[in-house]
Design a binder for this molecule. Structure first.
Ligand code: GLN
Length: 323
């Protein structure tokens, strides 16, 4: 039983980031938003932050990227905090679809029912419409405040990605019009979509995702200050959604083979949370850690191809599965 030190964990992670970097060659960067095509497909980086402040960083951790679909966790959390959980869940369900994130199919199938979950675009756009505020700035302010509190700085919106996203938004517009017809949009379409594109274009790093993941991992409490930042019942819901719907239509496989709440975005980011208690005595540093990964080359489901493999490796070796 070798003693596990932080130095050992760092060199372990370094080795596996180098190993899985090769896998980036098998994937492709997202191209449906033109600006995202500019990302370097060879990048792979990870940050792991523990309850005691342990901070392991490896690979390409200095390149910022847009948060994209990972923002859907935080718009959902803020909507629940502003409007109450039952109000939000009356308007969006908590069921996985097994379809792509921007699928319209399920909306039509459930004509008179609500969008399946807050992490597919139909559900996310509905949730964004529930946020309080008369402008996108007002709607997004509580999300920025939450981020500022957890990250220690106020992140920016990447204007190029936002504009590119807005200009190529036909499918999200189609979803939006459909939601109007079904009566789910609580704010005007333009305002709602504009807010949604901006929330997706918030720029973060793997360290930011790890810090956000750390708070989710620890039931909404920042372990450094012991302050409750997000109510526990809301975090529990968010993590259940991450586990069942967080990795698009690969969520089942991710739950089976990795087994931790996680959420990916189309720019190649993944946020993941370790369970607050792990079973192996040998890994005390890892309990309740937050993990941020970046690898813009995606697999055919739209998840970071090397990022998933790296997470799977670490979660298996360190016995992180919640099951
Ligand atoms: N901006 C993206 C969209 O709605 C977010 C998608 C994602 O990260 N999967 O098209």
């Amino acid at each position: 039983n070798t003693e596990i030190t932080k130095e050992w964990l760092q060199s372990y992670v370094d080795d596996w980031v180098q190993f899985y970097k090769k896998e980036t060659k098998e994937g492709k960067v997202a191209s449906y938003i033109p600006v995202l095509k500019k990302a370097d497909p060879n990048l792979l980086g990870i940050t792991i932050i523990g309850k005691d402040g342990m901070n392991i960083q490896s690979g390409d951790v200095d390149t910022p990227f847009t948060i994209q679909s990972i923002s859907k966790i935080f718009s959902f959390i803020v909507a629940c905090m502003e409007r109450g959980v039952s109000y939000v869940l009356d308007r969006v369900d908590v069921e996985p679809t097994g379809e792509a994130f921007n699928s319209i199919m399920h909306l039509e199938m459930r004509k008179l029912k609500k969008p399946f979950n807050p992490f597919i675009n139909a559900g996310a756009i509905t949730v964004t419409s529930l946020l309080n505020g008369k402008s996108s700035e007002e709607k997004l302010e509580p999300i920025f405040q939450l981020f500022t509190k957890i990250l220690g700085y106020r992140p920016c919106i990447n204007e190029d990605v936002y504009v590119s996203e807005r200009e190529t938004s036909v499918r999200n517009r189609a979803i939006g019009y459909y939601l109007i017809e079904l009566g789910y949009l609580e704010s005007a379409l333009e305002l709602t979509l504009d807010t949604y594109f901006k929330q997706c274009s918030i720029e973060v790093t793997t360290e930011d995702l790890a810090k956000l993941g750390l708070v989710l991992a620890n039931d909404g409490i920042d372990p450094q200050t012991a302050e409750e930042i997000i109510p526990r019942n809301v975090v529990r819901l968010a993590k259940a959604l991450m586990l069942t719907c967080g990795m698009y239509d690969a969520s089942g496989k991710f739950a089976a083979y990795v087994g931790i709440p996680a959420k990916s975005g189309v720019s190649g980011g993944i946020i993941a949370t370790a369970p607050p208690r792990v079973r192996k005595e040998t890994l005390p540093f890892i309990e309740g850690c937050g993990i941020g990964v970046y690898g813009p080359a995606l697999d055919d489901k739209g998840n970071s191809i090397a990022g998933i493999k790296l997470l799977k490796h670490i979660a298996t070796k360190w016995d992180l599965s919640v099951f």
